[in-house]
Design a binder for this molecule. Structure first.
Ligand SMILES: Cc1cc2nc3c(=O)[nH]c(=O)nc-3n(C[C@H](O)[C@H](O)[C@H](O)COP(=O)(O)O)c2cc1C
Length: 324
């Protein structure tokens, strides 16, 4: 059931991928998603060296015997990310898949990863950049729309438009949809648009296995879909975050033309980490998607995934009747 080119490519049960989320996508969450039939992803950019990443990969392997992936960040970073080292470790550890993300093409890493049998999924917020990823040899592309938590790009196009547009343009690799998907309805909608799978980020933060601080999870239960804002646009690095004191301060700074250095003081990774992991809710950016408004419980990953699949079956039956 729900077998697609993505379940085939990644050898997973359901076409559901947990998007890489800095600090949050650790072994515990990734393994839970993989054990529940999806593809869990560990984020590499939270580690300083290949050996640190290897430890997390080994930990993930100790928690699941199912395929999982590693996210490789191609975003510009203040401190250089040792992606070459990461790729080396990913290849040595025979990780199933890599999710690359950013506007930069993953071309330089693909030959080595593919030669080792590692599948590459390139994630972007535009059809154009996804196509570049496909041309560079990615095995699949993920396109995330405006609703997305974290990086949303500069163009403000919704998932509803991006996915059909991508399918009209990209013919040679499967397209995965992300941004705004949080339940069976979003899952079926993405498949109906022609996607071969979905990426979910925000909704996975509010699960039992997510390492996000309980205070943040409780905030997610209270927050509504209209309580996120777009920050960091002035430095062409637009992200969606829940509105808090730091985001309001940042927006005011951006409106008065603050310098990159001033902005960096607020958006630095350590502040974001304090929000998510220490529950210090105003300490920095609280990256989060609009599906926060659809988040009203904190299930286990298995319960959440099962709810998607059983709910999707019911929806598909109803649609089949509608169409008959
Ligand atoms: C808190 C948070 C942190 C994220 N960090 C990253 C990241 O480090 N790398 C990345 O490629 N995507 C990151 N994302 C994006 C997710 O992987 C995923 O593409 C996105 O959350 C999907 O949209 P959704 O939030 O509407 O489900 C992040 C998202 C959130 C909510």
């Amino acid at each position: 059931m729900f077998k697609t080119k993505i379940t085939e490519l990644l050898e997973i049960k359901y076409p559901i991928i947990q998007g890489g989320m800095l600090w949050i996508s650790q072994a515990q969450l990734a393994a839970a998603v993989s054990n529940a039939g999806g593809l869990g992803i560990v984020t590499s950019a939270q580690f300083k060296s290949g050996e640190e990443l290897r430890k997390e990969i080994l930990k993930t392997k100790s928690l699941t015997d199912q395929p999982f992936g590693v996210n490789l960040s191609l975003f510009p970073a203040v401190q250089a990310i040792p992606n070459e080292e990461f790729v080396e470790v990913i290849v040595q550890e025979k990780v199933k898949a890599v999710e690359t993300s950013g506007v930069k093409s993953p071309a330089e890493y693909i030959p080595k990863l593919n030669a080792a049998g590692v599948k590459v999924i390139h994630k972007t917020a535009t059809v154009r950049h996804a196509q570049k990823g496909a041309e560079a040899g990615a095995d699949a592309v993920t396109i995330v729309g405006y609703e997305n938590g974290g990086a949303v790009g500069m163009e403000d196009v919704t998932t509803m438009v991006l996915i059909p547009k991508a399918l009209d343009t990209i013919k040679n690799v499967p397209v995965i949809a992300g941004g705004g998907i949080a339940d069976a309805r979003g899952f079926v909608a993405a498949l109906a648009l022609g996607a071969e799978g979905v990426v979910i980020g925000t909704r996975f933060m509010a699960t039992q296995e997510s390492p996000v601080h309980p205070k943040f999870k409780e905030w997610m239960l209270r927050a509504q879909e209209n309580e996120t804002v777009l920050v960091e646009r002035s430095i062409r690095n637009t992200h969606r975050a829940l509105k808090n004191k730091a985001a309001e301060e940042l927006l005011a700074m951006e409106a008065r033309g603050a310098t990159f250095e001033e902005i960096l003081l607020l958006i630095k990774g350590e502040n974001y980490r304090r929000v998510m992991m220490d529950g210090d809710l105003d300490a920095g950016m609280a990256y989060c998607g609009q599906t926060v408004g659809l988040t009203n419980n904190i299930p286990t990953v298995k319960e959440f995934m099962e709810e998607i699949i059983t709910g999707a079956q019911v929806i598909c039956k109803r649609l089949a009747q509608l169409g008959s």
